[in-house]
Design a protein around this ligand. Structure first.
Ligand SMILES: [Zn+2]
Length: 262
């Protein structure tokens, strides 16, 4: 059977209130053996922690998403405690987002930097989000990141950023967007990402792969994106799977109690 890991989903939200159990079962049936649920706020972190206790296949990352940041800076003290819990394997999702609201750019940067510091302090990888803010995000990462691993979720940067990022421990998590007919520019960049830096994600409930567009995304749809990418890179599905697991364990293995059998 195929075996995958979805490194970025949001199953704690209302979108899954009615059928979360079935969604997680369907993921298992589709071979998605591990799902990393990314919290975006304190409340979503609390719910995420409840879920990872209940479901063996779920792991968590905790952080404050840039869209959650307004005028007042959030109190991040809870994060340090949450981040040290069992099954919490990263700080995220964190970063910058100028798409919806540009009023709080300074606050977003400040909170992003604080969360980078926390990741450093706890030696945890960082899962980052960027929308219409790639240059600023990249500037901050270059200045602040030392040996910490960065997972750039739903990567949509250009080739310059990609080439620079390869000199740091940055990994690129790819999801449904690469399958969209209009994403030709992104595919050109994605083709150049070395397999040693690749992870796969759904970002469920958002950004489903092409055949499911307009519907709610879920981890069970990950194999569609995987097949698409294997073709794009002209490699076998097995080769892709093995690389993704290898990368996953390299990044998160310290806190993951799971063995992948090929
Ligand atoms: Zn996300």
């Amino acid at each position: 059977m195929s075996s995958w890991v979805d490194v970025h989903a949001h199953l704690e939200g209302e979108e899954f209130a009615e059928d979360r159990e079935e969604v997680i079962d369907r993921a298992q049936s589709a071979g998605v053996e591990i799902i990393v649920n990314a919290a975006t706020s304190r409340r979503s972190a609390q719910k995420t922690l409840e879920l990872v206790e209940r479901y063996p296949s779920l792991y968590a990352s905790v952080g404050i998403h840039p869209q959650e940041i307004g005028d007042e800076l959030p109190d991040l003290s809870f994060l340090e405690e949450y981040a040290q819990r069992e099954k919490v394997i990263a700080i995220g999702e964190v970063g910058l987002d100028y798409y919806w609201d540009k009023s709080y750019i300074d606050q977003q940067k400040e909170v992003f930097c604080q969360q980078i510091e926390l990741a450093k302090k706890l030696s945890l990888p960082l899962i980052v989000h960027s929308r219409e803010s790639h240059n600023d995000l990249w500037q901050i990462i270059k200045e602040k990141i030392g040996e910490e691993i960065v997972v750039w979720h739903c990567f949509s940067g250009n080739e310059n950023i990609l080439q620079e990022a390869l000199s740091l421990p940055v990994y690129f998590s790819l999801g449904g967007v690469v399958t969209y007919p209009k994403a030709t520019g992104l595919r050109e960049v994605v083709k150049k990402i070395p397999l040693s830096r690749v992870l796969l994600e759904t970002d469920a409930p958002y950004l489903p792969p092409q055949s499911r567009r307009g519907k709610r995304n879920e981890p069970a749809f990950l194999p569609e994106t995987a097949s698409f990418l294997a073709q794009l890179w002209d490699i076998s599905l097995l080769a892709l799977r093995e690389r993704v697991w290898e990368n996953f364990f390299l990044i998160f293995g310290r806190k993951v109690n799971f063995r992948y059998n090929s």
